[in-house]
Design a protein. Structure first.
Ligand code: ADP
Length: 240
């Protein structure tokens, strides 16, 4: 199944002489369970594309489908859902360079918070959080305060949080930038396992040379246009 489909996406900032065309007709298609890289120099349009996909910025034209459902179509007047908060909360997971965990909640509640906000009971939300913490090998830290965790453990909890509402899509912005090679490759392995276990499509925006060989498919972006390339798709074993 196609989890993300983007067709003819454009974004113009401003108007008249000062207009900037940040996206000039982007086409992408990502299957459920697939992890793809999005790579491009500064100013090429990566953040604009993530912001459009994350329903933070309104595209100028084109169409975007998430998990088989059209979320934006300029031919139908723009955003299909009028509740963009719910769209972001329920259908898109975000992983950032820094984990941004909430320091006064324990590990379980950092993960359970989003399902709670989406209306699930506290009990159901915590059961879901525990399932993910087990899948990510950090269940033994479930009751710990997040400030007691190592950097690697914090990033695992951040990945668990991104998966908490079972979104069809995760957008990861430079998730390995602060990590050394070994930890960066472990994070990529975990993302790959989670993508296939939960059939989530994951887009990883990166400049990180260490992880580029792990992608099977890469979209390069330059001046608002994407080009697709087959990657090497190497595993952790293949890299060491
Ligand atoms: P990247 O994330 O690859 O660095 P961006 O998506 O941030 O690229 O930027 C793409 C282009 O759009 C750049 O020319 C940038 O200056 C321009 N741009 C980004 N945000 C805005 C904005 N809010 N207003 C005007 N121009 C913008």
């Amino acid at each position: 199944m196609t989890a993300i489909r983007i067709e003819g996406l454009t974004k113009r900032y401003g108007s008249g002489d000062t207009a900037v065309d940040a996206l000039k007709g982007v086409d992408m298609s990502i299957a459920a369970g697939e992890v793809v890289g999005l790579i491009g120099p500064s100013g090429s349009g990566k953040s604009t594309l993530l912001k459009c996909l994350g329903a933070v910025t309104e595209p100028t034209a084109g169409r975007m489908t998430l998990g088989g459902e059209t979320i934006f179509d300029s031919g139908q007047g723009g955003w299909i859902s009028k509740d963009l908060h719910a769209l972001r909360r329920d259908r898109i997971g975000f992983v950032f360079q820094a984990p941004y965990l909430i320091p006064f909640l324990d590990v379980t509640d950092n993960v359970a918070l989003l399902p709670m906000l989406a209306g699930k009971s506290n009990n159901q939300s915590r059961l879901r959080a525990m399932e993910l913490l087990r899948a990510l090998d950090v269940a033994h830290r479930a009751k710990a305060s997040v400030v007691q965790l190592s950097g690697g453990e914090q990033q695992r909890v951040a990945i668990a949080r991104a998966l908490a509402n079972q979104p069809p899509v995760i957008l990861a912005d430079e998730p390995t930038a602060p990590l050394d090679s070994e930890r960066a490759l472990i994070v990529m392995t975990i993302l790959g396992q989670m993508a296939s276990q939960y059939q989530t499509a994951i887009i990883v925006v990166t400049h990180d040379e260490k992880i580029i060989p792990t992608f099977r498919r890469i979209y390069h972006i330059r001046d608002g246009i994407t080009y697709e390339e087959q990657g090497e798709g190497r595993t952790l074993q293949g890299l060491s």
